[in-house]
Design a protein around this ligand. Structure first.
Ligand SMILES: Cc1cc2nc3c(=O)[nH]c(=O)nc-3n(C[C@H](O)[C@H](O)[C@H](O)COP(=O)(O)O)c2cc1C
Length: 189
């Protein structure tokens, strides 16, 4: 039971508090493979065959990223456009992802109460994830409950304390790992 984590953060080295901590915890798990897409493909020149091989060897696929403009960072969208091809991910013979689990794990800058009708962000975060939920369905994958953490933006002196964001990231990683473990237990044997 292998878990593949596709990490999409455009500046992990200099600008990440949350995703950096989450990924460090995930990497400690022997059954988890992390592919850091921005490190692998800084010029967006995606190795489609390598990505398809990685997907095929996974039982559970996790997308890990920070929300950018209510969406995934650009390289992850490019990755979807190029890797989820006809005949591989969909179409009459495109069954290579059938039955695999698909989980989205996101860090969100805005607080949870801003993500509702009447709030600054109008809709719950799950609404912004519906294109991915439908993508999973279209490709025959099993959509899993997303792991979402709010209030993850840190702007020194303006928004949040670094330590508080770091703590929420640790908690996020624990929830994600717990959910991965549940999936593995349910799908073992
Ligand atoms: C270009 C950009 C766009 C962003 N767009 C949103 C957004 O639409 N909604 C939101 O709540 N936060 C947004 N944020 C905040 C990030 O989601 C937040 O900083 C990130 O999840 C924290 O993770 P990190 O410490 O790993 O970077 C944005 C940040 C950047 C840099």
């Amino acid at each position: 039971m292998n878990t593949l984590v596709l990490l999409a953060h455009s500046d992990m080295e200099n600008r990440s508090i949350a995703n950096r901590r989450i990924i460090t915890k995930l990497k400690a798990e022997s059954h988890v493979e992390v592919r850091d897409l921005y490190r692998l493909y800084p010029d967006f020149d995606i190795d489609i065959e390598a990505e398809q091989r990685a997907l095929q060897s996974a039982d559970l696929i996790v997308l890990q990223y920070p929300i950018h403009w209510y969406n995934a960072p650009g390289l992850l969208k490019e990755w979807m456009d190029r890797v989820l091809q006809y005949g591989f991910a969909y179409g009459s013979q495109g069954d290579k992802l059938h039955g695999k689990g698909f989980m989205v794990s996101v860090t969100v800058g805005g607080p949870e109460n801003s993500y509702q009708e009447g709030g600054d962000n109008s809709f719950p975060m799950t609404t912004f994830l519906t294109p991915l939920q439908q993508t999973a369905k279209f490709c025959g994958m099993q959509w899993q409950a997303p792991v979402i953490s709010h209030d993850m933006v840190y702007i020194p002196g303006v928004w949040n304390e670094k330590e508080a964001v770091a703590l929420r990231a640790e908690n996020h990683a624990d929830r994600l790992l717990n959910q991965i473990e549940q999936y593995r237990l349910m799908n073992a044997a």
